[in-house]
Design a protein around this ligand. Structure first.
Ligand code: DX5
Ligand code: ZN
Length: 220
């Protein structure tokens, strides 16, 4: 059964960081439900972005829930710092080195929940839905990457859509898609069962971020 609520989570990676607070307020006023924060370590993905000090600054600018996407090899080592910085949700990658065994992954998920945050798990485009199956009952969010993680502004990979549909058959909670999402690709994902839409370029580079957010929300 699909989760009925629709959540729009603009990805700050595409914002103008020289005006971070204004950019946050712009999407907040535009109707964003969550704020998506892409954390990259230069190892798990070939890009470096932001850490807990920036999340702490973001926290001061908004009351929106912070949806932290950890594209890092050792989420188990940094999760607590992001929770202390004020994050509501932490999503780690099943492919990350530090959670390579089921025992380590479950331990990291439990740690996040015990600290009072929601725990999510993400998969790269080539990782199969089956690999998530054993963990679904412990998750508050599933995030399906619809581009290779690492950079904003990439083209949506349509071959990932059947994986979204498969996961929706197994999982009734929040099912998120991230990468190359716009009104058109968002609709394909919604039809497959996604209910959380992460969008960077489409929202922040739009003439009207409010219209972009509305187009994702009211997609038929
Ligand atoms: C990519 C990030 C995405 C990215 C999406 O690794 O996880 O959240 O910011 O950006 P767009 O919407 O521009 O593809
Ligand atoms: Zn992301």
């Amino acid at each position: 059964m699909p989760a009925s609520r629709i959540i729009i989570s603009p990805s700050l990676l595409a914002c103008d960081f020289s005006r971070l607070a204004e950019e946050i307020h712009r999407v907040e006023e535009g109707g964003a439900d969550w704020l998506h924060v892409d954390v990259m370590d230069g190892h798990f993905v070939p890009n470096l972005t932001m850490g807990p000090v920036i999340v702490e600054a973001i926290r001061k600018c908004t009351k929106l829930p912070l949806d932290i996407h950890l594209m890092v090899d050792h989420p188990e080592q940094c999760a607590q710092s992001f929770i202390d910085a004020g994050s509501e949700m932490l999503t780690l990658h099943i492919e990350a080195e530090g959670v390579a065994t089921a025992a380590k992954l479950v331990k990291a998920l439990r740690h996040i929940k015990a600290a009072g945050a929601r725990a999510g798990l993400s998969v790269r485009p080539r990782t199969k839905a089956e690999s998530l199956k054993p963990f679904l009952s412990q998750l508050d969010l599933v995030l399906v990457m619809t581009v290779e993680p690492g950079f904003g502004g990439q083209a949506f990979i349509p071959e990932v859509v059947p994986k979204v549909a498969q996961l929706r058959q197994w999982y009734a909670g929040d099912l998120s898609v991230d990468g190359g999402i716009n009104a058109e690709t968002g609709r394909l994902c919604r039809q497959a069962g996604a209910n959380v839409f992460v969008a960077g370029t489409y929202v922040f580079r739009a003439a009207s971020c409010k219209q972009a957010i509305e187009s994702l929300r009211s997609n038929p």
